[in-house]
Design a protein around this ligand. Structure first.
Ligand code: APR
Ligand code: PHB
Length: 389
């Protein structure tokens, strides 16, 4: 097979890259090692910065989002037995959209399939070759048969555990990493959320987050110990912690638990995000802890930059935007890293934290919820920093 751009991974980064290229008349092929139903069912976070939901609408994949998503103007921060509203709309003029990541994935796959963009699911043994030359290749097996895509560029959109990042000689990459001494146990439940907007709760037993997917389905998280096993958390135990950590600020209805899983918490960045004709985008190059809700948003920002750079190459023979790709993306990524770390350190109970640390966290929360200047820094980062490029 021949394509201008070969993309590895049918997550939000790979799918959005294919759509943006398609709209500029550049053809792409996607290879994905999981099945279509697997990627469409995978439960992930679901919070879009304002510009991301606007982009989905502009690029023609926003019809269902416009009908079904929940548009929020801010969040609640709960601590010390009280809830405080941070009004993003008032502070920055922007809001956020709650729409499950797998819904974005479904909408993108449907659209690309309609447009005839090939997505090869359930491929095995994916590998990349000749990254230093003008015609890199992707090899794979499908239904036991070998296959190959010769292309001009490869989009390495295969997530944190993919093959693209490890294909770059390790000595050429610098990685920055921080592991947190806790994880999040998340449940998806058939129960109404306790508030109209998300509640981020600081509690002496640990952090909890009350999010949602609709008026009747909630997505709820509790901080658990690092390396904790999901089997140790019965539904009853999860509900008990959720009630306790809400600290009496709202009542919480229980319901049938549809899904339960544990997410580790990690900050990770690899630099540069390019090697020859291979460009890393999304989780293959960087991971944020979910407290700032930035994972999907940073992935989409990367592919906007990449699609623009590839387009300039084909339409104007320019390589400067490709050369600037890594630095352009990393500027936003590190701001997203900083914000995600800041939200995480402010809201979680650290196992080695002292009484001093806890008083400092409470002072920080009190400051953020009482000072317009402090609340605005949270709001502008959460709702999405301006796209300056
Ligand atoms: N070959 C082909 N596909 C692969 C391979 C491989 N060797 N390894 C992984 N993949 C696929 C995965 O199955 C997945 O569908 O690559 C895709 C990567 O998608 P995501 O993990 O969703 O990553 P990305 O598209 O960068 O989106 C980032 O995902 O993890 C969340 O919170 C994160 O919201 C962020 C978003
Ligand atoms: C979610 O709805 O799954 C969600 C929302 C906000 C976050 C993390 C996860 O910070």
């Amino acid at each position: 097979m021949r394509a201008q751009v070969g993309i590895i991974g049918a997550g939000p980064a790979g799918l959005m890259l294919a759509l943006l290229l398609r709209r500029r008349g550049i053809d792409a092929v996607i290879v994905e090692n999981r099945s279509r139903s697997y990627v469409e069912q995978r439960v992930r976070a679901g919070l879009l910065e304002q510009w991301v939901s606007d982009l989905l609408v502009e690029t023609g994949v926003g019809a269902r989002l416009t009908r079904e998503a929940m548009f929020h103007d801010g969040i609640h921060l709960a601590f010390g037995g009280k809830s405080h509203h941070v009004d993003f709309r008032k502070l920055t003029g922007k809001g956020v959209t709650v729409y499950g990541q797998q819904e974005v994935v479904k909408d993108l796959i449907a659209r690309l399939t309609d447009d005839g963009v090939p997505i090869l699911f359930e491929v095995e043994d994916v590998a990349v070759h000749d990254l230093d030359g003008d015609m890199p290749r992707i090899s794979f097996r499908k239904n036991g048969e070998p296959g190959e895509i010769a292309c001009d560029f490869i989009g390495g959109c295969d997530g944190f555990h993919g093959v693209c990042r490890p294909s770059i000689p390790a000595g050429l990459l610098t990685t920055y990493e921080r592991e947190y001494p806790f994880g999040w146990l998340g449940i998806l439940t058939e129960s109404p959320p306790p508030a109209d907007e998300l509640i981020y709760a600081y509690h002496e037993r640990g952090f909890a987050l009350y999010s949602m997917r609709s008026a009747t389905v909630s997505r709820l998280y509790v901080q658990v110990d690092h390396g904790e096993e999901v089997e140790r958390w019965s539904d009853a135990r999860v509900w008990e912690e959720l009630h306790l950590r809400l600290g009496g600020v709202r009542s919480l209805a229980e319901g049938r638990v549809l899904q339960k899983s544990i997410t580790p918490m990690r900050s990770f960045v690899t630099e540069p995000m390019r090697h020859g004709r291979l460009f890393l985008a999304g989780d293959s190059a960087h991971i944020v802890p979910p407290t700032g809700a930035k994972g999907l948003n940073l992935a989409v920002a990367d592919v906007v930059v990449l699609a623009r750079a590839i387009t300039a190459f084909y339409t104007a023979g320019r390589s400067d935007l490709l050369d600037a790709y890594s630095a352009t993306c990393l500027d936003r990524i590190w701001k997203g890293q900083r914000f995600s770390w800041w939200m995480t350190q402010m809201l979680h109970r650290f196992p080695d934290g002292s009484a001093f640390d806890r008083r400092r966290q409470l002072a920080e929360l009190a400051y953020v919820t009482s000072s317009t200047a402090a609340a605005t820094t949270l709001a502008e980062n959460y709702a999405g920093l301006p796209m300056t490029w």
